[in-house]
Design a protein. Sequence first.
Length: 155
Amino acid sequence: MDSQLSPPGSPKNVVAMTPHQTELRVQTRGRGFHEITREVATWVRGTGIETGLCTLFLRHTSASLVIQENADPDVRRDFDTYFADLVPDGWRRFIHTAEGDDDMPAHIMSAMMGVHLSIPIRDGELALGTWQGIYVWEHRKTPHARQVVVHGAGI
């Protein structure tokens, strides 16, 4: 039997992807965008993955993960303004108020924006566009410690 042959039923030329995982701790300053692009990009470079996928998962229900413009801070301020009007703090129809008048709006914004991102890795780098940055978007008024699980897999 030729040692180059794959076992019956197995794919030819299979390359195993190597998984990597870490957790970033992000101390927010309260409501607003907190950029983590540099930390994620540095971690991806350190994995040695040339081609693959980086996934991020925020382990909270009152903040979000977003990719947004990182050149003009007015874009992020306008997002805050728009969502403050869309889901106002202290809206009298909210029942869940035990953690403050900003908590239920934060849960709603988190559900709307999401807590998960997937970014391709190409040539050992995040395949972000020129003006794209990765942000933890804190929806609560006060500072919070947030955890982001970062997973990379590829070759």
